[in-house]
Design a protein around this ligand. Structure first.
Ligand code: AMP
Length: 131
């Protein structure tokens, strides 16, 4: 494991603490490598977070260091959960924020699954156009 990347992972982040069982979360689905929880501040009627159990800071880190099994498991879980919630017909959005400009708050890689209402445009108001 590259020590530079590994040392950047903050193991006190909230998802690391949930994964260690130190703080509670509403668990929706779990495999050996992946956990799905309910977002604590839902932005839509369905707002789930898909987390790898390994220590990865973001999508880029996950793609660079995760095993094939972890990669396949995480993306299979996204599909499994969207199907079990019967979202494939009505639609859903999957998002992963990476870094400060994207607004990543928790430095443990996660994919948001949003659904259950008309979600509208991908981005909110463009901050550069605000007066
Ligand atoms: P991001 O901005 O992409 O890092 O998203 C972080 C998400 O984690 C936000 O949607 C938060 O509402 C959510 N969140 C923060 N703390 C918790 C928690 N304890 N349990 C579940 N979700 C959380």
């Amino acid at each position: 494991m590259p020590s530079m990347t590994r040392s950047m992972y903050d193991s006190t982040n909230v998802f690391a603490r949930i994964l260690r069982g130190e703080i509670p979360a509403t668990k929706i689905h779990e495999t050996q490598r992946t956990l799905v929880i309910q977002d604590i501040f839902p932005q839509a009627p369905v707002h789930l977070l898909v987390l790898p159990k390994g220590a990865y800071t973001c999508f880029d880190d996950f793609m660079a260091r995760a095993s094939q099994e972890e990669l396949i498991d995480l993306f299979s879980v996204v599909r499994e959960v969207t199907r079990s919630k019967q979202l494939e017909n009505t639609g859903y959005r999957i998002i992963s924020n990476k870094g400060p400009e994207a607004g990543q708050e928790v430095p443990h890689f996660h994919i948001h699954i949003l659904a259950g209402k008309k979600l509208g445009p991908l981005l909110g108001k463009d901050p550069s156009k605000e007066g």
